[in-house]
Design a protein around this ligand. Structure first.
Ligand SMILES: Nc1ncnc2c1ncn2[C@@H]1O[C@H](COP(=O)(O)OP(=O)(O)O)[C@@H](O)[C@H]1O
Ligand SMILES: Cc1cn([C@H]2C[C@H](O)[C@@H](COP(=O)(O)O)O2)c(=O)[nH]c1=O
Length: 216
């Protein structure tokens, strides 16, 4: 049975790498994919992994009907065996419904990859719809780690290394960049709740505790 599978995890846990591996293994056996992505860091129409691999993809802009796009490809004689979608959290809920229709009406597997929650721990609409519709949800096995060594489960947005909780839901960016710019850091829930990034934890260790001064 064809399936809609949602591979989810934090940022930097290997989702795009796995998407590229699935595409590689299947294309080595003569299977043809349509690869959709949206707002990849490498630019429009690219699916890139931090391991340095990159492939061309179809930019799933908000106005693109993914079901109609695949039907069009097939009706022109294009061979389509399965679909890959990266950065699926950025898709509109209607576009996730179109993916489910691709599975059900065109009998194609759809492998969607994305983060579930934003920097405020709220579900992205695209991810919420995937959780609602997917046949299967897979958590990636390579654990991203918090600075404390625990499994990272949440994505923090940082400015100058300090976690922020205000701002637009979508700001394309990366982990591990220079601290002065807007970036991201993956944290365990405990440290996300305490807004403790690696930079603020370091600063806390360096500054001696200030004892309360009592008079008299
Ligand atoms: N220099 C490196 N050597 C080995 N593995 C790396 C290196 N840089 C990144 N990675 C691996 O790549 C993963 C990120 O892969 P990527 O597919 O870009 O993640 P995602 O799409 O989930 O954000 C990291 O978790 C790490 O396992
Ligand atoms: C948490 C969070 C992330 N983003 C952006 C940042 C990146 O461009 C992508 C995630 O890509 P990855 O391949 O999984 O690292 O999402 C965002 O726009 N808003 C957020 O809250």
């Amino acid at each position: 049975m064809p399936e809609l599978v949602f591979f989810s995890g934090t940022m930097d846990c290997g989702k795009s790498t796995l998407a590229l591996q699935i595409a590689h293994n299947r294309s080595a056996r003569g299977l043809h994919s349509v690869i959709f992505t949206r707002e990849d860091r490498a630019g429009a129409g690219k699916l890139s992994s931090r391991l340095g691999l990159v492939t061309d993809a179809v930019e799933a802009a908000p106005e693109l009907d993914l079901y109609a796009f695949v039907v069009e490809q097939m009706s022109r004689g294009g061979k389509v065996d399965y679909i890959i979608v990266d950065e699926a959290q950025f898709l509109l809920t209607d576009q996730i419904d179109q993916l489910a229709r691709i599975v059900d009406d065109l009998a194609l597997d759809v492998f969607a990859f994305g983060i579930t929650t934003d920097f405020r721990t709220k579900l992205f609409p695209g991810s919420q719809r995937l959780i609602e519709l997917a046949d299967r949800i897979e958590t990636l096995q390579v654990e991203a780690m918090c600075w404390c060594g625990a499994r990272a489960t949440h994505n923090a947005r940082t400015v100058g290394g300090v976690m922020v909780v205000e701002g637009e839901q979508v700001v394309v960016g990366d982990v591990g960049g220079p601290e002065e710019v807007v970036g991201y850091e993956v944290l365990c829930r405990r440290h996300h709740r305490r807004r403790m990034t690696s930079a603020t934890a370091r600063a806390a260790v360096l500054s001696p505790d200030v004892l309360p001064v009592t008079s008299g």
